[in-house]
Design a binder for this molecule. Structure first.
Ligand SMILES: C[S@@+](CC[C@H](N)C(=O)[O-])C[C@H]1O[C@@H](n2cnc3c(N)ncnc32)[C@H](O)[C@@H]1O
Length: 302
């Protein structure tokens, strides 16, 4: 039986998503696509959970507005922020609540008068917003990395406790550090580059102004609870360093943004997940976050 599926992704990840589909879902054929909205057709498909998208689910097709207006409960997502849907749809979306485990009906406004319907089961790691749009408030930050770690924290409900110690590999200029310090964590930021001056003023921040490969067990007199990293290096290089740190540190969690600047890096993801599981991490997950470009978040928790 043929079935259709939808994905919502960020424009920067569209090619990666197509590549992932060709590797991981070879029997899925691209059907209709329009700027960040891609649908696929497959025969007898069972699972469909690609990584390189904010959201995926079953696609019920293009539906006339009158039918959409009659829905009892649905969330509304707009492909383009400036689209102006009828007020009934905005009201319907605002009053519709979905619980974890429930099937969400998603109205996808693809053009000014073009509506598609999708369905997906709401998971704990989903954002509680139509179309998985970030709910993190915009503010002045040293870098975009602030939003990335804030979104990872929200999506995975990271169990970070006040005054726990975080080792941040590649911390300059300090977007992620800002978020971590705001959570009342102690941050050891490793980076030969300059940190934002306000981050340096925070008494919970220590700048280790070195390349991380020069650090070893002698640099750590105390335990580290978390390793966090978002560096512009291939996943294999990041993993070599993380593995090396894991020979002398025992963090309870690792949060990595892995850059996928080449599509061949996609093939590294499953082995990376497996390697964390073999090291005793019980929850290991990948998620494409709303503020992401060509990258993916990996969390590993003991
Ligand atoms: C994308 S930026 C990191 C953004 C940062 N996490 C933030 O929150 O603002 C990448 C950083 O990695 C650092 N980096 C690259 N190679 C490194 C290495 N071998 N050791 C330490 N830092 C490194 C760079 O200096 C750069 O500041």
């Amino acid at each position: 039986m043929s079935q259709f599926f939808f994905t919502l992704t960020n424009p920067e990840a569209t090619l990666l998503l197509k590549k992932e589909m060709s590797i991981g879902y070879p029997n899925f054929k691209l059907s209709y696509s329009r700027g960040g909205f891609l649908t696929f057709k497959a025969e007898n498909a069972t699972t469909f959970l690609p990584w390189m998208c904010r959201l995926s689910g079953i696609c019920l097709g293009k539906v006339p507005l009158e039918e959409i207006k009659a829905l009892p409960k649905a969330w509304l997502w707009k492909r383009v922020e400036s689209f102006e849907p009828p007020s009934e749809l905005i009201e319907l979306s605002e009053k519709s609540l979905f619980k974890i485990g429930e099937k969400v009906t998603l109205i996808m406004m693809i053009g000014p008068e073009e509506y598609w319907l999708g369905e997906y089961v709401l998971k704990k790691t989903h954002f509680q917003t139509p179309g998985e749009v970030s709910s993190i408030e915009k503010r002045e930050t040293p870098s975009r990395a602030y939003y990335k770690i804030a979104e990872a924290h929200e999506a995975f409900d990271l169990p970070m406790e006040q005054q726990e110690k975080v080792l941040e590999l590649g911390s300059a200029p300090g977007g992620a550090s800002l978020f971590l310090l705001d959570q009342d964590l102690q941050v050891f930021g490793v980076d030969p580059a300059e940190m934002d001056k306000n981050i340096l003023k925070n008494y919970n921040f220590k700048h280790i102004k070195k390349a991380f490969e020069t650090l070893n067990v002698t640099n750590f007199g105390e335990d580290i609870d978390w390793i966090v990293s978002d560096v512009n290096l291939p996943p294999s290089v990041v993993m070599n360093e993380v593995d090396r740190f894991l020979t002398f540190l025992e963090p309870r969690g690792v949060v990595l943004t892995l850059k996928l600047h080449q599509d061949r890096y996609l093939r590294m993801l499953k082995p990376i997940v497996e390697s964390f599981k073999q090291k005793g991490f019980t929850q290991v997950e990948l998620k494409y976050l709303p503020s992401y470009r060509q990258e993916i978040c990996l969390i590993a928790l003991r």
